[in-house]
Design a protein. Structure first.
Lengths: 1030, 247
């Protein structure tokens, strides 16, 4: 008996409350053909951390995005392609191997412009095939890599500046060197665990000469510190064996972040930008003796502004006196640094990097918070690259319009509304700005999508925007009499309600609620944070350069989740680690933080998802990275917060930011982490990363579109990514995964009627991908189909095969598009093409059968096709359209056969004329042949070409044109079209009648041929003609 | 003790072997699986009839191939025969859709095409053709574990610049046949992008298995599918079939 208890106890430990059977298949084996579609936008692009290029081929340019991976252009910047999707998307450094610049590229991950929202990297990568595949070469804990220098005399020797951890101590910092192409590394210069190598430069004359800048720096969630006694500039002349501090001419005291730049055309000239204690000592220094002595030249704003964000200086490769410096506006000097002008010129603010084309130095590329710009005239005029969708979203919301709209806020690029689909694709011009500054949380009013709520950093602006009237009203709450100052997070939580369309919540240290679209606010909570005064000193933040932007505001509410089940239930999470819940609309609150097992104290409560099924259930994710804790924390409670269970498995990579529970299947969860999207089908027992066209990018937020069964990812570096068809995931059970082929129920297929004129975005501009408008057939296979035939057919209700499709063969989920149309008609042969004949008529709504034949096995499934419920056409209109289209379809084919018969009879007649059988027949043939030629003349064009040499249209062209026009519109044809149809039908009848006459002639000839014991003239039948390929 | 040590060593060796499958071993078992060197090299000409599915439009085609590298793809529209592409081993041409007249390719394209003269099988005697192959790693393709084999041909010249010419083949570890080919687009507005061709429906023709379905994808999205209905080998195909017919 005791043993039995022990056994039950053991079982309970093994199965901690999971009722769902585990589903262990992962990755492509599961997701198969399910894939993400990128909708950008690239209108405002996003933060770029690095720009570089090929040393000899000016057409090849590389861009490293702050959170959006590596992009390459092979056409001098007209178009860019992403080449680093599978790996950490935050880029610190890119180096093109000077000895093998076509193939060998190094990427150091982890941006080094260390703002509060910076993402982390996970090491250094190398490609030896021009970016097709990458190998990780170590330095996994480097977090931020500032520079990579490849020895041009031996490319196995590479030096790397590892800045290291931003949020904590680390020994993985300093200068690293490999002499075997990255297989092994040695740390050749290290200062201490708070000071990393923030810049590294190599003398182009002598690769053994290196300059290394070291920076003492640290961020916490509530402070930033730049500078200290350990910051210094070092030089080595022996490939890094020995290093000397080179400060002759630099100010004494604490120093901060340096930028270094060597003039390639005269490497004795070295520039350094220095962050120092005194304002007058800060700015640009120049050495004309390779760093032995330094002279202070300039302390203008552009040279001293925000060193943590802008410590980058680049020298023209052909002129040592032309310098560009990163900054708020960017600065350019043409006199060796004595004077500067702003770059401006309409370029987005916050410039981070430059690349001079060494072959044409007046061509300059720059990277900033708003993408990449290029100048052909040495930096006067700039044009923006419009094809880099690397926008950094903090959040995304969707509405219920058709097509649904998407809403979200961007790092340094405002707040936006866009569309989820548009005929021809989603273009840059389809986005509408709805907020200034940095954008964060943007929501439509759930009852009135004409009203949008948006905000800027620290809730300095909270707006209600009327999209129709273009009016923006400030609606933020203010401190009331007796209240302390309101503390708003940089990324202030705003949310709408499931229960009252005009309700809004906003979090300071309090929860504020409005039931009138933000006109008035009520506090519905006490201070829910720890209110730790030591964490509220942001005015003194920054270190040597004060930086009080609001980014370090702390002890604030960060997450607000209202239960969809009960409006009295509100969950909140704070940046200082509290989870609090009320079940009475805010009258009383319980702090349930202490109930969460295994969660380090004060770990940022990033997001709370109240369950759709039960008001006692909720999910919470915590982010410890601002305390240098990169572990995932995901929990669920089913008892209102009294107990919590961790849903973390080793499958999850990266710290977590967002979680969503599916509307229908509570075991289907979507998790956004620093390194991508993870999905579980079994309530968190197994997670699998979703990598089908979804890069390993930081996913900050996930929105669900219930009607369309889609999720939308707000990525911090790759814009918005939609995954359609997530309803298919709901159906994957452990039983399904063992079946040879299992049809998945898809949404009822709708006949899409929207059309439109394609956009004019032109080459180089990003166009977002549309969802499929086809009827989609989905099935799961337990293994890939490789050998033998596998065919998919669509049959109408009478069992006629109306379409043959190419089925997907993947293990896992397969999705096949059917464009719900018949085959195009056979069109008469002429000299030119009748373009109307390329259209196919849409099949009528109804039930169709899908049949898959896979080897000996046959699988069948019904497919229901419906007219769009929002169609502007009535049932009768649809019938009229279909009947007319089919009438014209058959007219095309009647004419096609008529011409085929004429051609074949003509050929036979000519043949007989060349070899006459007897005189009687010979006398009949000229009349027979002439009748055929006369009949054909008005039917088909036999001259001209398909362009401007086109001949006057004849009957074939007129029928096929009218047919094409009728087919292209899903509603009732116009009266004019019907009249035209009657006219053309009459002409066709006349022609067919004339053929009867020719048949009489033919019968006479055939009679004579029989008499002469010769084969009669016989041509193929209409059915034979229709069955043959074109 | 000795036995345990031996078992351990043997275990290590086995693990090493499976991991270090060489390119030649993969290629050899592939050639063996699809029918063997003799059967493959006996194929001199081929005519494949099938359908291309392109953006929901089904287009019948006929493909003619002749060793070592002549080929011609003919499609039919409204009774008009249109040569989508043809290459006679020296120069390429196709039908202009406006005039329906044949026109030659840019000469650089014909030069590039000369590096694709691999009929009947790219891996047959690949070393003699100056190609090199190496196993670069493993990848899961459509839920199936595959070897990633890099096949490098002689460099090609694009816009006057010599460029490396390599392609990745993904061989199913279990069935030995390639499931996908990933190649870089070398020219045009898609230059620099990777195109993936998925192969399935392997069927036997005259003792040699070949894929009857090819599906071309970009970023995971199907661009077009080709399905063969009928494949004939060693029929008479005169060189004039492939030659530029003149205007």
């Amino acid at each position: 008996m005791k043993n039995l208890y022990a056994l039950i106890a053991a079982l309970l430990v093994i199965l901690p409350g999971f009722s769902q059977q585990p589903i262990t298949i992962k990755g492509e084996e599961l997701y198969g053909g399910l894939r993400g579609r990128h909708i950008g936008p690239a209108l405002m692009s996003g933060r770029i951390s690095r720009v570089t290029g090929h040393p000899k081929d000016s057409k090849i340019i590389y861009v490293g995005a702050a959170g959006g991976g590596v992009w390459r252009s092979v056409d001098a910047g007209v178009t860019f392609s992403s080449i680093f999707d599978k790996y950490a998307q935050s880029i610190g450094a890119i180096a093109v191997d000077p000895t093998d610049p076509d193939q060998t590229i190094w990427v150091g991950t982890g941006e080094t412009w260390t703002r509060n929202s910076v993402s982390v990297g996970d090491g250094i990568y190398k490609s030896t095939n021009g970016g097709q595949t990458w190998n990780k070469m170590g330095l996994e804990k480097s977090e931020h890599i500032a520079s990579i220098q490849v020895d041009p005399s031996n490319h196995d020797i590479v030096y790397v500046a590892v800045m290291g951890a931003l949020w904590g101590d680390s020994e993985e910092r300093g200068v690293y060197k490999t002499i075997d192409g990255g297989k092994t590394w040695s740390k050749i210069l290290y200062v201490n665990e708070t000071t990393g190598c923030s810049d590294l430069a190599m003398d182009p004359r002598d690769p053994k000469v290196l300059y290394a800048a070291f920076w003492e720096f640290r961020r916490t969630a509530w402070s930033f510190s730049s500078g200290g006694a350990s910051s210094a500039l070092y030089k080595s002349e022996d490939g890094g064996q020995t290093w000397n501090k080179i400060h002759n001419g630099f100010p004494a005291g604490q120093l901060g972040r340096f930028a270094i730049g060597i003039a390639p055309s005269n490497p004795d000239i070295v520039y350094a930008v220095v962050e120092a204690e005194k304002a007058e000592d800060k700015g640009l220094y120049r050495s004309d003796d390779a760093g032995q002595t330094w002279k202070h030249l300039n302390s203008d704003f552009g040279l001293t502004v925000r060193p943590f964000y802008f410590s980058r200086i680049v020298i023209d490769p052909s002129n040592p006196d032309i310098i560009v410096k990163a900054g708020l506006n960017g600065s350019i000097s043409k006199d060796g640094g004595k004077t500067f002008r702003d770059i401006n010129g309409g370029v987005h603010s916050d410039l981070h990097d430059f690349w001079f084309d060494p072959n044409h130095p007046s061509t300059i590329y720059l990277g900033c918070d708003g993408g990449v710009y290029r100048s052909w005239d040495g930096g006067n005029a700039w044009e923006m690259v419009k094809g880099l969708p690397v926008s950094q979203f903090y959040q995304v919301a969707v509405d219920n319009q058709n097509p649904y709209k998407v809403y979200g806020g961007l790092q340094d690029n405002g707040s936006w509304v866009g569309v989820s689909s548009k005929p021809g694709g989603i273009e840059n011009r389809d986005w509408i700005g709805v907020g200034f500054g940095d954008g964060f949380r943007v929501f439509p009013n759930p009852g009135d999508p004409n009203i949008v709520y948006s905000e800027m950093q620290g809730a300095e602006g909270v707006w209600r925007f009327d999209l129709k009237k273009n009016q923006s009203k400030t609606i933020k709450p203010y401190a009331q009499e007796g209240d302390p100052k309101l503390r708003f997070n940089w990324n202030t939580p705003i949310t709408t309600s499931h229960h009252n369309p005009d309700r809004l919540y906003i979090g300071s240290q309090y929860v504020h609620k409005s039931d009138d679209r933000g006109e008035s606010w009520t506090k519905v909570s006490p201070d829910l944070t720890t209110n730790d005064l030591a964490k509220q000193q942001q005015a003194n933040s920054g270190g040597l350069s004060t930086d009080n932007s609001g980014a370090e505001n702390h002890c604030t509410i960060f997450a607000i989740g209202e239960s969809p089940v009960d409006e009295q239930v509100l969950w909140i999470g704070t940046d200082d680690g509290n989870v609090q819940v009320t079940f009475d609309g805010g009258k009383s609150w319980s702090n349930v933080t202490a109930n969460i097992p295994g969660l380090p104290k004060n770990t940022w409560a990033y997001f709370i998802e109240p369950s759709h099924f039960d008001k006692q259930s909720a999910y919470a994710v915590f982010d410890g990275h601002t305390a240098s804790d990169m572990n995932p924390y995901v929990y669920k409670t089913d008892d209102g917060g009294k107990t919590w269970k961790s849903l973390v498995t080793p499958d999850i990579k990266g710290f977590c930011r967002n979680i969503r529970e599916d509307y229908e299947n509570k075991n289907l969860l979507f998790l956004g982490t620093e390194f991508g999207l993870f999905i579980t089908l079994d309530g968190g027992q197994n997670w699998s990363q979703f990598t089908n066209n979804v890069p390993a990018v930081a996913v900050h937020w996930i929105a669900q579109q219930e009607r369309d069964d889609a999720i939308v990812l707000a990525t911090h570096g790759r814009g918005l990514i939609v995954i359609d068809n997530i309803n298919l995931l709901r159906q994957i059970t452990s039983d399904v995964t063992t079946q040879e082929l299992h049809f998945l129920k898809n949404k009822t297929a709708i006949i899409h009627e929207a059309s439109g004129y394609a956009g004019y975005s032109g080459v180089g501009e990003f166009v977002g991908e549309n969802p499929s408008s086809a009827a989609q057939i989905a099935y799961f296979m337990k293994s890939r189909h490789t050998f033998g035939k596998m065919v998919m057919e669509i049959m109408d209700k009478d069992g006629n095969v109306i379409s043959v499709l190419t089925p997907g063969k993947s293990k896992g989920i397969n999705i096949v598009d059917w464009n719900y149309s018949y085959k195009r008609p056979k069109v008469a042969k002429g000299k030119t093409l009748a373009f109307g004949g390329f259209s196919s008529p849409t099949v009528p709504a109804g039930t169709y059968k899908v049949r898959i034949t896979k080897g000996k096995n046959v699988y069948e499934e019904d497919l229901t096709l419906k007219y769009d419920p929002e169609s502007i056409h009535s049932e009768a209109d649809h019938v009229a359209q279909h009947e007319t289209a089919m009438k014209l379809y058959h007219m095309n084919e009647d004419l096609a056969y008529l011409v085929d018969e004429i051609d074949n009879l003509h050929e036979a007649g000519m043949k007989l004329q060349a070899e006459p059988v007897n005189k009687k027949i010979a006398n009949l043939l000229p009349g027979f042949i002439m009748s055929l030629e006369k009949l054909k003349e008005p039917l088909v064009v036999m001259t001209g070409d398909n362009y401007v040499g086109t001949a006057e249209p004849l009957l074939r062209e007129k029928i096929s044109t009218l047919y094409g026009e009728v087919v292209s519109y899903n509603g009732r044809p116009t009266e004019a079209q019907m009249q035209n149809l009657a006219l053309l039908a009459g002409k066709l009848q006349d022609a067919l009648k004339s053929m009867d006459g020719i048949h009489t002639q033919l019968n006479t000839i055939n009679g004579l041929l029989s008499k002469a014991k010769k084969d009669p003239i016989k041509v193929r039948s209409k059915q034979e003609f229709l069955d043959a390929d074109e | 003790m000795r036995t345990i040590l031996f078992a351990l060593l043997a275990g290590l060796l086995v693990t090493n072997f499976t991991y270090a499958q060489s390119a030649d071993e993969v290629i050899e078992s592939y050639l063996e699986t699809i029918g063997g060197r003799d059967a493959i090299s006996s194929i001199k000409t081929m005519k494949s009839e099938g359908k291309v599915n392109f953006q929901g439009m089904e287009i019948p085609f006929i493909m003619y191939q002749k060793a070592p590298g002549s080929q011609k793809l003919v499609i039919n529209f409204q009774g008009q025969e249109i040569t989508q592409m043809a290459f006679d081993g020296n120069e390429g041409w196709g039908t202009n859709f406006m005039t329906m007249e044949p026109e030659k390719w840019e000469s650089e394209d014909s030069e590039i095409m000369k590096s694709e003269m691999d009929f009947p099988e790219v891996f047959l005697n690949y070393k003699d053709k100056g190609y090199t192959a190496e196993i670069e790693g493993e990848e899961n393709i459509e839920g199936t574990d595959c070897y990633r084999l890099k096949l490098t041909k002689k460099p090609i010249t694009i816009d006057g610049k010599e460029e490396e010419n390599f392609t990745y083949y993904f061989f199913d570890k279990e069935t030995n046949v390639p499931l996908m080919v990933r190649s870089m687009i070398h020219k045009g507005d898609m230059k620099g992008k990777s195109q993936e061709t998925f192969m399935s429906d392997y069927q036997e023709v005259s003792g040699v298995y070949q894929p009857f379905t090819l599906q071309i994808k970009l970023d995971g999205q199907v661009m077009q599918s080709l399905t063969m209905d009928n494949v004939e080998v060693n029929l008479d195909l005169d060189d004039s079939v492939f030659a530029f017919p003149g205007k």
